[in-house]
Ligand binder design. Structure first.
Ligand code: GLU
Length: 296
């Protein structure tokens, strides 16, 4: 019997796809096909100020041009506030989420030792836990997960471990590495961590395939899954595509939008990053052939 497999590609519509995001899209699509599974597209537009109007449709168009179309309805996170609110309510009811009144400045001040900031996506300074014991008269701004409270109530180890299908055994002490992370931001927007965990579960995602720059978020997501009683998918983090300057390509550092005047050629460049052999007959042939090769 074939294993149940539902995968996804979850772009943030902060711009068009670039060479790096196409690698993640292609890898997730191929892995789903290789397992006889479904592949879903989810538009992660919770960070509305950073979203570019029309980028969602443009991304779907770019994917379609490369032969990749969601097997089910496309989901927009901006329409799912009620579901995220319910998840937060659950955590609050269990005593595992608390309001935080710290401004960015407060946090910076509290972190005496200035640590080098990570460049990974969705990364922030380690929160020192200032408001865990109460707001101390400050107005509530963000909501945070009390990581230690979750771990002790559920008897979980302080070090969260998982097996990445490409990177192998991984581990992170979430409290030490990031602290009590944000679930709902001070500006009222839902945090990526909460939205991604709720939606991966709601869509029945069994396998997450995404760029390696997101690997560092996995432990936080696993703790949150455990806190909400949700299953943990299998993870595979794909190699990053480096720009000519040796930095990873990202919208932030001005990676160029994909050139889709020759989509097969563009797909071949993405395939090369995954160690797949060139195929120049047609998009359909290429996708079929690459599906037969294993990504891990
Ligand atoms: N939307 C997220 C991003 O582009 C990726 C989410 C994920 O694959 O988990 O940073």
């Amino acid at each position: 019997m074939a294993m149940r497999y539902t995968g996804r590609f979850a772009p943030s519509p902060t711009g068009l796809l670039h060479a790096g995001s196409l690698v993640a899209a292609l890898a997730s699509w191929l892995d789903a096909r290789a397992h006889g599974g479904q592949w879903l597209v989810r538009i992660e537009d919770v960070d509305t100020p950073r979203c570019v109007p029309g980028a969602d449709q443009a991304i779907l168009q770019q994917l379609a041009t490369c032969g990749m179309v969601s097997d089910g309805p496309v989901v927009w996170q901006s329409l799912r506030s009620d579901i995220y609110q319910r998840a937060l309510d659950t955590l609050v009811a269990r005593g595992w989420a608390y309001p935080c009144g710290c401004s960015r400045k407060d946090i910076e001040t509290a972190i005496e030792a200035a640590q080098a900031q990570s460049v990974a996506r969705h990364q922030a300074a380690v929160y020192p836990g200032t408001c865990r014991a109460g707001l101390n008269g400050k107005p509530a701004r963000a909501w945070r997960l009390n990581v230690r409270a979750v771990q002790s109530a559920l008897g979980l180890p302080l070090v969260t471990q998982w097996q990445d299908r490409r990177l192998g055994a991984q581990q992170q002490n979430v409290s030490e590495a990031v602290g009590d992370f944000v679930l709902r931001r001070a500006d009222g927007l839902w945090a990526y961590q909460l939205a991604v965990v709720v939606d991966d579960a709601a869509q029945g995602i069994t396998h997450v395939v995404r760029g390696e720059d997101l690997a560092d978020n996995t432990a936080r997501q696993i703790v949150l899954q455990q806190a909400l009683g949700l299953p943990t998918p299998q993870y595979l983090h794909t190699p990053l595509v480096m720009g000519e300057n040796g930095e990873k390509l990202s919208k932030q550092n001005g990676a160029e939008a994909l050139n889709l005047s020759d989509p097969l050629q563009t797909l071949n460049i993405a395939a090369q990053a995954l160690g797949l052999a060139r195929c120049t007959t047609s998009i359909e042939d290429a996708l079929r052939k690459w599906t037969q090769a294993s990504l891990t």
